[in-house]
Design a protein around this ligand. Structure first.
Ligand code: NAD
Length: 436
């Protein structure tokens, strides 16, 4: 899969989803990121004509507010009649049924549903943009690898929302590291240390049906999201693997819950994972979700000749740079990417659409599943208190949400609270074969 260096004709042969030049889109999961993905798709003129024609969600207010916001922003490109706005757990099928082969389905629900929705998209011959993570455990990763192969066989184009991989600055840094500008990488470190966001800390909500509560608060539940560890940290782990040009083979980790009060989510507050690459190089990753503690959101690679800053603060702008030696001192700055950076959230769409319109190979599912599993490997090491290898988690039999394809609002939920209203949490060293 090569990334196009220049944008190419909208009228090339092999155009998918063509009725004229317009590619139709269905949005499944109309929350923050799903709506943002539509904005990103529609905001680059080089993507050519795109029309959102169907939407699906399980919460009416989510669908309505997304529809209103997108219609206000792109009045000419949002054509979703009332009868193509679908509510409920089978809405994904109805939304995809509105598309023609070669159109695009966007998956931006919590990750638990990724394989379910992807299987249907493949059967319909649809191209896909799916958000990360794409799996949360070993069994769903194995399933996703098989689906990846099936989608490649059908020549489907699939983008995965690991946008840092498509960031111009990180790609230039990758070229320089491959050229040897920091020497051999001897160590890497990455941080996502911040105050709690999203639904990391959650209290019960007796006003909502259980399944709907768990999905509204999906960062809180491992089956829905892989927890805050997978949902937040996958990007920093992925960008380090990108610069290292390798995948870790094992992890060990520590983690703890500090001040939980009456919060009932399954997350630990702090995680510290040591990943080992095949050549023995380590990646140290620290994640923390606590108020009033030191914050850092960045990734680094230390080489025998110098230090590479992979990202500086959040995902974009990355402000990639290289220093001579190991000290981040302006006088030692050897290279820095120019201050103006294109948003990787836009760029990933430009590449996907270019591949669709020009029938180039573009399928990121296998890689997305790979890094989703590697992220889960670090999480499992923290949650069990053991060294976890890649092969162990890949072959693990603990599927967090078996039967998620048949889930209904009435339940039962894949995770049940005990009589005290609390859900099972990791007990490292006590519960060591499963994460909870
Ligand atoms: N690439 C990035 O930087 C980035 C940033 C934010 C979120 N994300 C990812 O996007 C996904 C969604 O995150 P978000 O922040 O938009 O959350 P969100 O809660 O704002 O949106 C999720 C939406 O999916 C809906 N939903 C849940 N289950 C559904 C189902 N079975 N069918 C249809 N709709 C369903 C919810 O009602 C909600 O509207 C997650 O996987 C997250 O990790 C990626």
């Amino acid at each position: 899969m090569t990334q196009p260096s220049a944008l190419t004709s909208l009228n090339a042969p092999g155009v998918h989803g063509a009725q004229g030049n317009t590619i139709q889109i269905a949005l499944i999961g109309c929350g923050g990121r799903g709506s943002g993905a539509v904005v990103d798709a529609l905001s680059s003129p080089e993507n050519g004509p795109l029309t959102l024609v169907a939407m699906a969600d399980i919460f009416p207010n989510r669908l309505a507010s997304s529809h209103a916001a997108l219609s206000g922003k792109f009045p000419g490109a949002i054509a979703v009649p009332e009868d193509q706005r679908f509510l409920g757990f089978d809405g994904y099928k109805k939304a995809m049924d509105c598309l023609r082969p070669g159109d695009i389905a966007i998956f931006a629900t919590p990750p638990a549903f990724r394989w379910v929705h992807f299987e249907y998209a493949i059967s319909k011959g649809l191209n896909v943009f799916m958000e990360k993570p794409v799996t949360v455990d070993g069994p769903t990763t194995r399933r996703m690898f098989a689906l990846a192969d099936a989608s490649v066989k059908k020549n489907l184009k699939v983008g995965v929302g690991l946008m840092c991989r498509h960031c111009d600055a990180r790609r230039e840094l990758q070229r320089r590291v491959r050229d040897g500008q920091i020497g051999e990488i001897v160590s890497m470190r990455a941080y996502r240390m911040q105050r709690p966001g999203g639904n990391v800390f959650v209290k019960p909500d007796p006003t909502m049906p259980e399944v709907m509560f768990q999905l509204r608060r999906f960062h809180a539940f491992l089956w829905a999201s892989g927890g805050v560890f997978s949902d937040y940290n996958i990007h920093n782990i992925d960008e380090c693997c990108m610069i290292k040009d390798a995948w870790p083979v094992k992890a060990h980790a520590v983690g703890a819950r500090h001040y939980r009060g009456d919060h009932v989510d399954q997350n630990l507050d702090v995680y510290s994972v040591e990943y080992t690459f095949p050549d023995g190089t380590r990646l140290h990753f620290d994640g923390r979700n606590l108020e009033n503690a030191y914050g850092e959101f960045a990734s680094y690679a230390h080489g025998t000749k110098g230090l590479a800053v992979i990202s500086t603060n959040r995902h974009t702008p990355a402000r990639c740079r290289i220093y001579d030696g190991q000290v981040m001192d302006d006088t030692r700055l050897a290279w820095a990417y120019p201050p103006e950076e294109r948003s990787p959230y836009r760029v990933e769409w430009v590449y996907l659409i270019d591949a669709i319109r020009n029938d180039r190979p573009w399928n990121e599912v296998r890689r997305g599943a790979q890094v989703s599993l590697i992220t889960s490997m670090g999480r499992m090491a923290a949650h069990t208190g053991r060294i976890v290898t890649y092969d162990e988690i890949l072959n693990s039999s603990h599927e967090f949400a078996p039967g998620v394809d048949a889930l209904t609002a009435e339940g039962p939920a894949p995770l049940l609270a005990g009589p005290d209203g609390r859900y099972p949490v990791p007990n490292p060293g006590l519960v060591t074969e499963r994460e909870y």
